[in-house]
Design a protein around this ligand. Structure first.
Ligand SMILES: Nc1nc2c(ncn2[C@@H]2O[C@H](COP(=O)(O)OP(=O)(O)OP(=O)(O)O)[C@@H](O)[C@H]2O)c(=O)[nH]1
Ligand SMILES: [Mg+2]
Length: 458
């Protein structure tokens, strides 16, 4: 286990050819280390520099004194820095050789190579941000759309933590009320106590439910929505994929069974990141390759959040359509009649006569906008939800669910007329999950696991 107090250094920009790169040094010795490597113009030393100001100078090889690179440096004194510790930041020329040489100079001057996410981990350990905010930093770097970015920014600003803070307060208050009953049995708080505790729990529950709802949407913003296109051969699935992705991604022919393998592509639909998957047309077949393709289609459908069922508007509805729809019974499905540019067969129109059916032409793209709107709706997003999305990641969502379950148990017990002290343990559990969420109570192993997913230098 690496120490959390020694001074660390890393390259914080992406490796490769670039205009500039940034080497960051954080810890108690950061300024002393920078002092050894830096020669300011006009003989100024690093120590003499003003806080949070860019200064021009050179980095030298600490053994030979030879110049390594021309740089701009800045110092950020604790606690007002990213990590909460002293930070020296060096802007050197981009390019792997110059950048590595500057990092090397820092390591030779006494810094240790930072691990992935270690700067952000220190910000957390120093209490500058909580765990939800630390995870938001990673989501900002990973953001796939503007909405994902906005949601992560909200979390970094502490909005989600604040909301969780309110739930914690209700629960803590409830525990305090129960405490009164336990410690001062001579006071006659019994009667009112039940009601007060229950009311507090109900408030906590309402808030938690809202957070949970947002959390599931947030997961979509972070991880993307999986959409599979399913239907019988020649329905126009691949042409629909091409229309949605705006490029000739999949081969389209009039031969039934053209697509053999699943083909996937990332797109954005109304600010939602979507992984869209074209599948092989599902049918009974003797062809070895097509058989494997059909099996893969079925697996892709199982994994998908939403399935687009494509019916061929130019052909008669048949048994294959029925079989595929039976397969989709448990899935969130959007029905589509394709090929609206030619006359739609009555058998298809009759089968898919619901209001929710989208009629479109993958060829002319007519009706594509309506499909995209349906997808956004089906994913549970509207414009204002997108703006306010207090998203959460999978870890956070799981803890919210656990907290809600414990809270529910406490409320059920109270409702069933159990003595109020018995609800106490469940309330404590619920609170504990929320502490784990924000990181007030979380094991070293979990912290390490969270931060190792970060990129180096962040
Ligand atoms: N007129 C018209 N033809 C279309 C439309 N969409 C697809 N087609 C035609 O239908 C045929 C099949 O299209 P594909 O996209 O290859 O169909 P598929 O569902 O991917 O078929 P498989 O890969 O075999 O399962 C091609 O000849 C397309 O040109 C449409 O909206 N209008
Ligand atoms: Mg195809």
């Amino acid at each position: 286990m690496k120490s959390n107090t020694d001074t660390i250094a890393a390259i914080s920009t992406a490796m490769g050819l670039s205009g500039i790169s940034i080497v960051r040094i954080s810890g108690e010795e950061a300024f002393a280390i920078a002092e050894k490597m830096y020669r300011g113009i006009g003989g100024k030393t690093f120590t003499q520099l003003r806080n949070k100001q860019l200064s021009y100078g050179h980095i030298v090889d600490v053994r030979t004194g030879n110049m390594i690179d021309e740089v701009l440096v800045s110092k950020h004194g604790a606690p007002y820095s990213y990590t909460g510790e002293d930070i020296a930041e060096i802007n050197c020329h981009g390019g792997p050789v110059a950048t590595q040489a500057v990092l090397q100079a820092a390591l030779e001057s006494g810094a240790r190579m930072a691990e992935g996410g270690e700067f952000t981990k220190r910000a957390f350990l120093n209490g500058r941000i909580d765990l939800v905010q630390a995870e938001a930093v990673m989501d900002i770097i990973d953001a796939k759309t503007r909405a994902s970015l906005q949601a992560a920014q909200n979390r970094l600003k502490g909005h989600l933590s604040e909301e969780i803070g309110e739930v914690k307060e209700y629960l803590t208050d409830a525990l305090a009320y129960i405490g009164v009953g336990i410690e001062y049995p001579e006071y006659d708080v019994e009667e009112a106590q039940d009601e007060v505790v229950y009311a507090l729990l109900a408030k906590a529950e309402e808030k938690l439910q809202r957070l949970q709802k947002n959390a599931s949407r947030g997961k979509i913003l972070n991880e993307g929505l999986k959409i599979a296109i399913a239907g019988k051969p020649n329905a126009g699935k691949s042409m629909l994929l091409n229309a949605l992705t705006n490029r000739e991604r999949a081969i389209v022919t009039d031969i039934a069974g053209t697509t053999r393998d699943t083909i996937s592509e990332y797109i954005n639909i109304g600010q939602i990141p979507v992984l869209i998957i074209d599948t092989a047309g599902i049918r009974q077949t003797q062809d070895m390759i097509e058989k494997i393709g059909v099996a893969r289609s079925i697996a892709a459908i199982e994994e998908a959040d939403i399935v687009l069922f494509v019916a061929d508007g130019s052909a008669k509805w048949d048994k294959q359509d029925d079989e595929i729809r039976a397969l989709l019974k448990e899935k969130r499905t959007i029905d589509i009649i394709n090929k609206s540019d030619i006359e739609i067969d009555k058998s298809v129109a009759d089968k898919l006569s619901g209001e929710d059916t989208v009629i479109l032409s993958a060829l002319t793209k007519e009706g594509l906008g309506a499909l995209e709107e349906k997808i956004v709706q089906a994913a549970g997003f509207t414009e204002d939800v997108l703006g306010a999305a207090l998203s959460a990641n999978a870890r956070q969502e799981e803890l919210l669910t656990k907290a809600a379950a414990s809270l529910q148990a406490a409320m059920d017990n109270l409702k069933a007329g159990m003595v109020v002290d018995l609800a106490e343990i469940d309330i404590r559990n619920s609170l504990e999950y929320l502490y784990q969420l924000t990181g007030q109570s979380v094991g070293e192993d979990i912290i390490d696991r969270i931060f190792t997913n970060f990129c180096l230098g962040k």
